[in-house]
Design a protein around this ligand. Sequence first.
Ligand code: NAD
Ligand code: TYD
Length: 380
Amino acid sequence: MTSIIITGGAGFIGSHVVRLFVNKYPEYRIINVDKLTYAGNLANLKDIEDKPNYRFVKADICDFDTIYALMQEEHVTGVIHLAAESHVDRSIKDPFTFARTNVLGTLSMLQAAKLYWESLPEKYEGKRFYHISTDEVYGALELTHPEGVTPPFTTKASSAHHEAYGEEFFLETTKYNPHSPYSASKASSDHFVRAFHDTYGMPTIVTNCSNNYGPYQFPEKLIPLFINNIRHRKPLPVYGKGENVRDWLYVEDHARAIDLIFHKGTIAETYNIGGFNEWKNIDIIKVVINTVDRLLGRQEGEDMDLITYVTDRAGHDLRYAIDSRKLQAELGWEPSLQFEEGIEKTVRWYLDNQAWMDNITSGEYEKYYEDMYAERPSCD
Ligand code: NAD
Ligand code: TYD
């Protein structure tokens, strides 16, 4: 029987992966292991929590004994590892937590899987350890676009652009060059995963994905934070000049890629996941403002004056852009949504699910933001 531990399943991307696997594979056993940090929220999984093939276990991935015992108890055949500290700004304030969870936690998961699988007669046969990583490990790209071409690059425009300027994208072979404590900790965990393949023969896979957006994202990240602030007519803190570029992928497209790669990906390979969808922050912010205004029945663009330029993030990477042609060519994956559709769906979801947002944007969280922005004086 296929029995899979999904770590971080109560978080943003993890909840979409758990939902997809629980619904699509009723014959699998899906065990969601999550510590429920500030970013973990079981409300993200309300619709599937009673399914017979689903189990939630509240545990810290750093707790080796618990993870090892769970692997034995559930006869685990696969791990899809998403649990992590994931927010760059928090990593700047508190790098130790990132090293603990992202590096030592990953090592704990690897070691537990190794000892359990090596204890079985068939050992690694039919097993898989799939580690979810980020494009941020590759560092930052320059804004060296051909003359006259500036972001936003929609999926189509960017693919054409890419044909001519492929070297300006992150490839699976791009040298790691992380700049933030977050990306440094993810890079380190990626190295450990590959080392477990090379040293012990563990069947591992690593994927590096671009920025995700969609329902259930914790509102410390750009898109949900700004949707919520626009709704409440609060300032929108744009770091620096808003010219940094990110490559955005709808979260369900990432979850579909994870499903495909878990089942069909080649052991020991790395796959980049991204939708050829680059946007300058300030341009994406304008799209979000217009969409929220329209859906709330306000005049489009009415809330542009909420844009507030603040001191830049330390070490702020200029541009991320993923080349996902390997995944497209080898496994036939492609993003299902154009960005305009994805953002409309996303804004609509947050506005329709205000109770979800209100539940997590109070108390300690509110205080965290007050403190954080107190340290970010306006550029004006
Ligand atoms: P998230 O912060 O929304 O969720 C992380 C989850 O991990 C939470 O449920 C949290 O409770 C859990 N967790 C944290 N520490 C834990 C611990 N010690 N033990 C057990 N559980 C713990 O993160 P996300 O945005 O869903 O990202 C998931 C993964 O995908 C991460 O590994 C991240 O690096 C990677 N990733 C994210 C993005 C993105 O845009 N969000 C892009 C590429 C890759
Ligand atoms: P974020 O959602 O934190 O993702 P990441 O840092 O992993 O790319 O931020 C996306 C971009 O938006 C990034 O360039 C930083 C910027 N940003 C702001 O300008 N203001 C904000 O309040 C936040 C959270 C992010």
